[in-house]
Design a protein. Structure first.
Lengths: 819, 78
């Protein structure tokens, strides 16, 4: 659905106070609209109000330093209501009822949007917020001066691909491997998988060892069920513990209960001690097996050193941003000489791009080494080693394993820490070997004291316990590995899905951009040609798959394929940008079928201003371009206003002028002249001469210009282009000169009484208002005298009217010489 | 690992909503993941703040469903 702008209503926002009487600017939806305002009257406030309505922000205020408190300047400082309201009346491009979208901002900065038909206002405004709806000279300047990448992104929006570009960037972010891996802890999970696989190997070895000890033969290729059957048979065939095994499977047999039977048969604490020593021996063996190999620890030290070295060559996050930006700029095709530094413009002997790439790569090396550390750490069972360290801890000795684990996670693991850890692992290996040897010696000592048969039973029972434990742990590990494999597969599936989706969308967007660019370029060239009328042909291009948008000149007089930025004057550069925007808006406008152009001609001379206006009128805007956009031009240029005035009297153009001050009110001069008059009289009757004075100026200038236009009174060119405090006086002088001329030529249509009335009115206006106004002596104004001035203005206008027949009402003379 | 290749063209004649629907349909080669991602396409295209972690988690949850069998009868793995 498309929308045209029927009216803007503003109160209490920026330079528009209008307390209780909003500035209402009506626009024709089937005409070119122009609004003229002298400097300081509120034209930019209108543009900013619509900007805020559509975007929720005024960039120039938000960009101010915090101390300036830009946010507090959104609202009019003189408005009593502590809020600002902007209402956009929108007319559907097709049939349908008009709607009012009201946007309010409170003094606390809270924004509220309501729509007359209850729909989601922010969503509608979001749809209307297209790149070409609000255009000013800065937009065009930025488009030309921006980096090709930023320009390309703006251009995507112009082509109606802004949302596609946003989605592509989002998909690319989702498919970013590093962030994705970090989120799912992918490297650690892979490291953990290696560890579990290693532990599975250890448990299988433990099963073979325990089985050999229990059964007295190698496990061979027997299945676990077969192993358990044979193990069960061994225990069952020992008479002493047979009752403990009867009716149970191997894993149900309790080693502790079997040992109770042994203890009951022999008695004494040595039996318990022997069993404990056998379990201790098993624990030490496993703890020693869990220790990382020398190669693993050396590898950890090497990676830590590699990371330290890489880190030492970097200079922190700020420099990383600097190098990335320098790389991005110098990689661009627009940066032809790669040896020129983008920061200082100096030319070096080597490539800045190569340097930036090298520096960024150094940071990448740190990241890569951190990842390697993480993976290498996860590949060893440090929790088990931590238990070993704790059990072997000597007085005054700090535990290193937990600290190293924390250091790895926080990326603070350095080479000295790694070397310290390496030494600690060696010490643990030695201490654990000693502890194991002591355990074995103690066990041997007890075994010598106990009967050999009971020793053998105890050893079988402990071997059976180890076998049971190994089977249980193996089952747990296999289950954990299966679960981890499923998890890793699912992560990989999501990654593949996102990578493929992102790639597919990216390619589709790139192809769509290429098609639309090909459509925009010839139209852009046509518009540019009709603004400039020189043998200059602009060209826009985008490399396949890239976002950069390059500007160039296909032809510049007799040169081809040359730099646009280097050759074009500021005005032609702006004309280039304007042509791009208008061409894109012609072809790819969305919900917003209207454009606000604020002082877009400021860099053009009078001739090119008129060319641009003619391009807009005849080749771009409705009504001459069927289904073209509705254009609303804002300008303070007095020369351009003459063009507006000329066209304003034609069927396809609507022109209005606004007057006022930020302190009181801004009002349209034409349709609202009676409101100006009434408001002025109200102020004067209330004794407020200061606020009434600017409105008297507005009223008198309107009335004088109305007389000049209606009675076709010629005025000198310098008055026509003037716009200052002397304007009213000059207009009265010009009218007076023409009245005297016709009087001397005996062709004056005014009666003698009317001429006398003119002189009386002029005397009052001049003495009580203009003499003070033109010199800025406004403190001399008295409300009573100014009420007389308002009456004199009406009397003055009345002298140029006649009543064709009694009761028909008064109308202006057609000229000073005829009714 | 599931092998999915998407071929998608943005149609100049269609609006964003239609194109996003077409894109979502194209992704339906992995229907569970497509169903999880589809509700986010419009917000992401509107430039709203991207909560990558939330979307990744949703996709991961969706990946609990089996990988759909490919229509061409191949085993769909690589």
């Amino acid at each position: 659905m498309t929308w045209l702008l029927r009216q803007i209503s503003i109160e209490g926002f920026r330079g528009i106070n209008n307390a209780g009487s909003p500035l209402e600017l009506s626009f024709h939806t089937e005409k070119v609209n122009s609004v003229f305002a002298p400097n300081g009257v509120g034209k930019s406030s209108i543009f900013e109000a619509v900007t805020f309505a559509l975007t929720g922000a005024i960039p120039k205020l938000d960009a101010l330093p915090a101390a300036e408190q830009g946010g507090s300047y959104y609202l009019n400082r003189f408005h009593p209501g502590n809020s600002g309201t902007i209402t956009l009346s929108l007319q559907p491009g097709q049939a349908g009822p008009a709607i009012d979208v009201s946007v309010m901002r409170s003094s606390a900065g809270v924004r509220t949007v309501t729509v007359s038909d209850g729909r989601d206002g922010e969503a509608l405004l979001g749809e209307l917020n297209r790149e070409f709806v609000l255009l000013d000279a800065k937009t065009f300047q930025r488009f030309i001066d921006d980096t090709p990448l930023n320009r390309g992104r703006s251009f995507s929006g112009l082509l109606g691909l802004g949302q596609y570009s946003a989605l592509r960037q989002s998909l690319q972010t989702l498919a970013n491997t590093r962030a994705f891996n970090n989120h799912f802890d992918f490297n650690s999970k892979n490291g953990r998988k290696l560890l579990i696989e290693d532990q599975i190997g250890q448990e299988r070895a433990a099963i073979r060892e325990s089985y050999l000890h229990l059964v007295g033969e190698d496990a061979g290729h027997l299945s676990h069920a077969e192993l358990q059957t044979k193990a069960h048979a061994i225990l069952y065939n020992i008479p002493l513990i047979q009752p403990r095994c009867a009716g149970k499977t191997f894993d149900q047999i309790s080693a502790d209960e079997c040992l109770v039977s042994v203890r009951e048969a022999e008695g004494g604490p040595d039996r318990d001690r022997l069993a404990q020593l056998l379990r201790d021996e098993d624990w030490w063996n496993k703890a020693i097996a869990a220790l990382p190999t020398s190669d693993q620890v050396t590898g950890l030290v090497d990676i830590a050193r590699e990371r330290d070295t890489a880190l030492a060559q970097t200079q922190g996050e700020t420099f990383l941003r600097l190098y990335r930006t320098a790389k991005e700029i110098t990689e661009s095709d627009a940066w032809a000489d790669k040896s020129i530094c983008p920061a200082c413009d100096r030319t070096g002997e080597t490539s800045v791009l190569d340097h930036a790439r090298h520096k960024v790569a150094l940071y990448d090396a740190v990241t890569a080494a951190s990842d390697k550390l993480l993976k290498s750490w996860a590949a060893a069972d440090w929790d088990k080693i931590g238990e070993l360290e704790k059990s072997l801890q000597q007085e005054g000795e700090a535990l290193l394993i937990p600290a190293a684990k924390s250091g790895i996670a926080k990326q603070e693991f350095t080479e000295p820490t790694a070397i310290h850890l390496q030494t600690r692992v060696d010490i643990l290996r030695t201490r654990a070997a000693s502890a194991l040897a002591a355990t074995v010696a103690a066990k041997d000592e007890i075994e010598k004291r106990l009967p050999a048969s009971l020793v053998a039973v105890t050893e079988k029972v402990e071997a059976a316990r180890r076998l049971q434990t190994a089977f249980t742990k193996l089952d747990q590990l296999l289950a954990a590995l299966a679960a981890l494999d499923v998890e890793l597969d699912r992560i990989e599936r999501v990654r593949t899905f996102l990578a493929d989706a992102s790639g597919a969308f990216s390619q589709a967007e790139s192809e769509a951009a290429a098609r639309r660019l090909a459509a925009v370029e010839p139209l852009c060239q046509d518009l540019f040609q009709n603004i400039i009328f020189d043998p200059v042909v602009p060209a826009i291009s985008k490399r396949a798959g890239g976002e950069d948008l390059q500007l160039s000149l296909a032809m510049f007089h007799d040169h081809s394929n040359v730099s646009a930025q280097s050759l074009l004057s500021e005005s032609f550069r702006n004309a280039f940008a304007i042509s791009v925007y208008l061409a894109a808006a012609s072809l790819y406008s969305g919900a917003a079928k209207f454009l606000l152009l604020d002082d877009v001609t400021s860099s053009l001379d009078a001739g090119h201003q008129f060319h641009l206006m003619e391009v807009i009128r005849t080749r771009f805007s409705r009504p001459l371009t069927l289904d073209g956009p509705q254009v609303i031009l804002l300008s303070h240029d007095t020369l351009l206003e003459k063009y507006f005035n000329t066209n304003g009297s034609t069927a396809g153009w609507s022109h209005q002028r606004i007057e006022g001050t930020p302190r009181t009110a801004v009002l349209p001069q034409s349709n609202a002249v009676n409101r100006v008059r009434d408001a002025t009289l109200d102020l004067l009757n209330a004794g407020n001469a200061q606020d009434a004075a600017p409105r008297i100026r507005q009223y008198i200038e309107y009335m004088l210009e109305d007389i000049i236009i209606r009675c076709k009174i010629p005025v000198p060119m310098d008055i026509a282009l003037g716009d200052d405090r002397r304007m009213a006086g000059l207009l009265i002088g010009a009218i007076d000169a023409q009245v005297r001329l016709h009087g001397n030529a005996n062709s004056l249509i005014l009666t003698a009484a009317q001429v006398q009335g003119l002189n009386i009115a002029v005397a009052t206006i001049t003495a009580n208002f203009l003499s003070h106004w033109s010199s800025g002596q406004t403190q001399a104004f008295a409300p009573g005298a100014l009420l007389g001035v308002m009456q004199a203005i009406d009397n003055y206008a009345q002298c140029f009217k006649f009543e064709p027949a009694p009761g028909q009402g008064f109308r202006y003379y057609r000229s000073l010489s005829q009714q | 690992m599931a092998k999915k290749t998407y071929e998608f063209a943005i149609d100049d004649a269609l609006g964003t909503a239609d194109n996003l629907t077409a894109f979502a349909n194209e992704l339906a080669g992995d229907a569970p993941l497509a169903a999880a991602l589809t509700p986010h396409l419009e917000p992401l295209a509107s430039g709203r703040t991207l909560d990558s972690a939330a979307i990744w988690n949703l996709l991961f949850e969706a990946s609990a469903a089996a990988v759909p069998a490919p229509a061409d009868g191949t085993d769909g793995t690589e």
